[in-house]
Design a protein around this ligand. Structure first.
Ligand code: ATP
Ligand code: MG
Length: 249
């Protein structure tokens, strides 16, 4: 599904070059729910932005669904963004002037598709994410958790290969965070969606199949949940985070 090999990315500020990603290697399989964790400034958002085709990278390879991203022109990159990827942002980015349903339909409307089939898919997604009763309401009239479920439904509208999410639970209390994670689990279980989520939060990450830890621009460790209880996996994550920040006695 997604392969990242030897990814390098640096930012130039004035005359100084800051190396942020120094050879990141990772793969994500179809239907996997993966989290990326790591200290602030370790390059998580940078990694996501490279995969999203929002920023160019310096070296290495990113392959998404068999397509290499390195040499695509602007037009093809826009196509990848609109047709192969779905995005969920920390602050939801719903349009206030559109109803819940129209927000969900937006990726297709942008693509010029106003068919009945499109509307049907929008309605199905509302069912799956439990927001059918409020699909004619506006974002200002629904709760934070409902907004986030709307955002997840919208990310799935174009049947993307993968959902990319940067701190999707960053602004939410634990109950709403749980609702966001549930909607990702539903997306994976009911729609075989693949999810790649950056998070600071070990609770959110403990629901994932796998957690990739970034440190100093490379993959520091990769932890698999396997058959572990969620709580046990979270303890393991917390232990690894401690070790990563050098707190272990
Ligand atoms: N556009 C930019 N120009 C210059 N430096 C940048 C730019 N964007 C990010 N950086 C730097 O690159 C490093 C990695 O940033 P990035 O946003 O990827 O970190 P992060 O792991 O997502 O951190 P956080 O957990 O705080 O969101 C930081 O030191 C940051 O200051
Ligand atoms: Mg970030």
């Amino acid at each position: 599904m997604l392969q990242v090999k030897g990814l390098h990315k640096s930012y130039k500020v004035g005359k100084t070059t800051y190396e942020v990603l120094k050879g990141v290697d990772l793969t994500v399989a179809q239907g996997e729910f993966v989290a990326v964790m790591g200290p602030s400034g370790s390059g998580k958002t940078t990694l996501l932005n490279c995969i999203s085709c929002y920023i160019p990278f310096d070296g290495g390879q990113i392959t998404l669904g068999g397509q290499e991203l390195k040499n695509l022109n602007e037009n093809s990159l826009a196509k990848v963004r609109n047709q192969k990827l779905g995005f969920v942002f920390q602050d939801f980015m719903l349009l206030d002037g559109l109803s819940v349903l129209d927000n969900i339909l937006l990726p297709r409307i942008i693509g010029g598709d106003t068919s009945k089939a499109m509307e049907q898919r929008g309605n199905e997604l509302c069912e799956i994410f439990g927001i059918s009763q409020m699909k004619n309401k506006y974002p200002a009239e629904i709760s934070g958790g409902e907004k986030q479920r709307t955002a997840v439904a919208r990310a799935l509208m174009n049947e993307p290969l993968m959902i990319l999410a940067d701190e999707p639970t960053g602004n939410l209390d634990s109950k709403s965070s749980r609702a966001v994670i549930s909607s990702f689990e539903d997306a994976r279980n009911k729609l075989s969606a693949t999810i790649f989520m950056v998070t600071h939060d070990s609770f959110s990450a403990s629901f994932c199949d796998r957690v990739i830890m970034l440190k100093d621009g490379t993959v520091y460790r990769c932890l698999e949940k396997e058959k572990k209880e969620r709580g046990a996996f979270q303890d393991e994550l917390l232990e690894a985070i401690k070790e990563m920040s050098g707190d272990v006695a």
